[in-house]
Design a protein around this ligand. Structure first.
Ligand SMILES: NC(=O)c1ccc[n+]([C@@H]2O[C@H](COP(=O)([O-])OP(=O)(O)OC[C@H]3O[C@@H](n4cnc5c(N)ncnc54)[C@H](O)[C@@H]3O)[C@@H](O)[C@H]2O)c1
Ligand SMILES: O=P(O)(O)OC[C@H]1O[C@H](O[C@H]2[C@H](O)[C@@H](O)[C@@H](O)O[C@@H]2CO)[C@H](O)[C@@H](O)[C@@H]1O
Ligand SMILES: [Mn+2]
Length: 441
C-alpha cells in the first residue's frame, strides 16, 4: 500500500498529540512515510514537536518525523495537510468569549460575535496555509477543521474555489457516538440524514444498516436527558460546561421536536440562558487553558524531561479517526459516507445553491459528493437563512474591508439584540483584533 506524507498545520495545537497517536494507531489502514508539524509559533510547537519526536522514535521509527516553522519545509512533498490552526491562539479566544459579555451578549468560540471575530482572523491564516500547500505540493489535499468552519468554508468558496480543501467538524461525530450509546449500537453501524450549516443543524434520520429507524427512540431519550449518556463518550467533555451543553439538547428538542438538534443551536435559541449562566472572569477559553492546554503541554515537557514517551500523559484521540477515514476516502476512493461542509447545489432543495451546508456526502478521489436531503421545513430554513447571511456578510466584510457589512453581520445575528449593541460590540472587537483583522472603513 502507498505510504503517505502528511503535514499537520497548527502543529502546536492541543489536539496534535492525540491526533498523531491516533494516526500511529491506524498505520495499517493509512501508512505514513513522513509526518511533519508546521506552525507559525516555533516556541509553542517545539514543545510538542520535541516530545513527539521521542514518541515516534520509540513507536514508529520508520516514519520520518520533523517539525518546522518554514513553509517550504512544512509543505513540500506532502499528500495531505491536516489543518487545525487557531489564529490569535487562546488569548484571542478569551477575547472572543469575554468582549461580547460586556455588551450583554453571549461569548462563544465559533458562535455569535465571538465566532464572527474569530472568522475575521481565521480567513487570513487559512489563505496563507492553502497558498503554501498549493505552492509546494500542488496535488495535495487539505483536511481542514480549523474554526469557525462555516466562515472558513465560505471564504474558501469565494477566495479559493478551486483549492482542494475539505472542511469538516467533529461535533456531529461526537454526538453520533452518544446516540449510538443510547440505542446500544456502534457509530459504524449507523447511517444518518442531516442538514444544516456548521454548528447549526439537525439529524432527520438515524438508521442501522438493515434500515431500522432509531430517531424516535433517541428523541424519547433526549427529551429526558439531552445527549448526556451513562458513560461519558468524550474524555474531552467531562468538564461541567460540556456536560451542561449536552444536557441542554433537551431544551433544543422541546422547541423543535421534529428533528434531533446539534448542541450548538443552544447559543441561538437560548442566548438569554447562556448569557445568564456565563462567568465573565472565567470562560471556556480559561477552562481549556487551565485544563487541556496545561495537561497536554505538561505531558510533553515530562516526555522531554524523561527522554521517553513510555507511560506518558499523552492520550490518543481515538475518535479523531474520522480524519483518517477522510484521508483514505480521498486516497483510495472508498466512497466513505460522512458529514462534510460543502456547497449546497441542491442538496437541500429549498436553500441557496451557494450556501456552504453540512450534509452527508460520499467521499472519493474527486472529493465529496453531497447526498440530497430534500426540502427542509420553514422553521429550520428561516433560522439557517439568517445565520447563512451573517456568515456571508462576514466574508464580504473581510474581502471589501467593510465596517458597514460587519456591522450588518453582527446586527443580523440571532445572538445580538440591536444595531446599537452590534455597533458598540464591533468597535470593541476592532480594537482587540487590530493585529489580526484587515483595517475596516
Ligand atoms: N472542526 C472541529 O470540529 C474542531 C474540533 C476541535 C478543534 N477545532 C479547531 O482546531 C483548531 C486548534 O484548536 P486548539 O484548541 O488546539 O488551538 P491551539 O491554539 O492549541 O493550537 C492552534 C495552533 O495554530 C497555530 N497557528 C495559528 N495561526 C497559524 C498560522 N497562520 N499558521 C500556522 N499555525 C498557526 C498556533 O500557533 C497554535 O499552535 C482551532 O481552530 C479549533 O477551533 C475544530
Ligand atoms: O471548548 P473546546 O475547545 O473543548 O471544544 C471546542 C470544540 O468543540 C467541538 O469539538 C469537540 C467534539 O465535538 C468532541 O466530540 C470532542 O472530539 O472534543 C472536541 C473538542 O471539545 C466542536 O466541533 C469544535 O468545532 C470546537 O472547536
Ligand atoms: Mn466543529
Amino acid at each position: 500500500m502507498k505510504k503517505f506524507s502528511v503535514v499537520i498545520a497548527g502543529g502546536g495545537s492541543t489536539f496534535t498529540p492525540g491526533i498523531v497517536m491516533m494516526m500511529l494507531d491506524h498505520l495499517d489502514r493509512f501508512p505514513l512515510r513522513k509526518l511533519k508539524l508546521y506552525d507559525n509559533d516555533g516556541d509553542r510547537q517545539s514543545v510538542l514537536g520535541e516530545a513527539l519526536e521521542i514518541l515516534l522514535k520509540e513507536q514508529a521509527p520508520e516514519v520520518e518525523f520533523s517539525y518546522t516553522t518554514d513553509p517550504k519545509e512544512g509543505f513540500e512533498d506532502i499528500d495531505f495537510c491536516m489543518a487545525h490552526i487557531r489564529v490569535g491562539k487562546y488569548e484571542m479566544r478569551e477575547q472572543d468569549e469575554k468582549v461580547p459579555l460586556k455588551h450583554g451578549v453571549i461569548g462563544q468560540e465559533t458562535c455569535g460575535p465571538g465566532g464572527i471575530a474569530y472568522g475575521m482572523r481565521s480567513i487570513t491564516g487559512m489563505l496563507e496555509i492553502i497558498d503554501y500547500m498549493e505552492q509546494y505540493s500542488p496535488d495535495a489535499w487539505m483536511l481542514n477543521y480549523s474554526n469557525p468552519a462555516s466562515i472558513v468554508a465560505e471564504a474558501c468558496r469565494i477566495l479559493r474555489p478551486d483549492s482542494k480543501v475539505l472542511n469538516i467538524c467533529d461535533m456531529p461525530v461526537g454526538t453520533l457516538r452518544r446516540m449510538s450509546q443510547i440505542i446500544e449500537k456502534t457509530p459504524a453501524e449507523l447511517e444518518v440524514r442531516y442538514f444544516g450549516l456548521n454548528h447549526f443543524g439537525w439529524w432527520t434520520s438515524v438508521k442501522d444498516r438493515e434500515g431500522n429507524e432509531y430517531i424516535d427512540q433517541i428523541r424519547a431519550y433526549v427529551a429526558e436527558n439531552g445527549y448526556l449518556t451513562q458513560v461519558e463518550v468524550d474524555t474531552q467533555h467531562t468538564d461541567p460546561s460540556w456536560q451542561e451543553t449536552h444536557k441542554k439538547a433537551k431544551d433544543l428538542l422541546a422547541v423543535n421536536p421534529r428533528y434531533l438538534p446539534n448542541t450548538y443551536l443552544k447559543y441561538y435559541l437560548y442566548p438569554d440562558y447562556e448569557f445568564e449562566k456565563a462567568t465573565p472572569d472565567f470562560t471556556r477559553a480559561n477552562e481549556v487553558m487551565a485544563g487541556r492546554e496545561k495537561k497536554v503541554f505538561s505531558a510533553a515537557r515530562a516526555i522531554i524531561e524523561k527522554g521517553t514517551a513510555v507511560d506518558s500523559g499523552f492520550e490518543i484521540d481515538a475518535h479523531a479517526s474520522f480524519i483518517v477515514d477522510l484521508a483514505r476516502a480521498i486516497a483510495f476512493n472508498t466512497h466513505e459516507r460522512m458529514l462534510m461542509i460543502v456547497e449546497n447545489n441542491g442538496a437541500i432543495a429549498n436553500f441557496p445553491d451557494d450556501a456552504m451546508v453540512e450534509v452527508p456526502c460520499l467521499v472519493g478521489t474527486d472529493g465529496p459528493e453531497p447526498l440530497a436531503q430534500g426540502k427542509i421545513p420553514e422553521f429550520e430554513q428561516a433560522l439557517m437563512y439568517q445565520q447563512l447571511t451573517v456568515e456571508k456578510l462576514v466574508v464580504q466584510a473581510y474581502i471589501e474591508k467593510s465596517y458597514q457589512k460587519l456591522w450588518q453581520a453582527l446586527t443580523l445575528s440571532k445572538t445580538v439584540p440591536s444595531a446599537k449593541v452590534a455597533k458598540d460590540l464591533l468597535d470593541d472587537l476592532i480594537e482587540v483584533n487590530k493585529d489580526y483583522w484587515p483595517e475596516l472603513s
